[in-house]
Design a protein around this ligand. Structure first.
Ligand SMILES: [Zn+2]
Length: 70
């Protein structure tokens, strides 16, 4: 299924940003140890409209919102 408009917009958000209203958490928050002791967090979300899945990351070297391919 194609990603809905809200998810397309979500995937284009850089850095921080809140999930759109139909994104719900599907997993627990994960903690990672990054380089130089820069810890970061990841959280998985799924859209209730189009079933697209996102991973949110607080890693500054990464996109905040990553839309899963496939
Ligand atoms: Zn969606």
């Amino acid at each position: 299924m194609e990603a809905c408009k809200m998810c397309i917009e979500q995937s284009q958000k850089r850095r921080r940003g809140t999930p759109h209203q139909y994104l719900s958490k599907i997993d627990a928050l994960r903690f990672f140890k990054g380089n130089n002791n820069r810890n970061y967090e990841e959280q998985d979300f799924q859209c209730q409209v189009c079933q697209a899945k996102f991973t949110w990351s607080s890693n500054k070297n990464d996109l905040a919102w990553t839309l899963w391919q496939g």
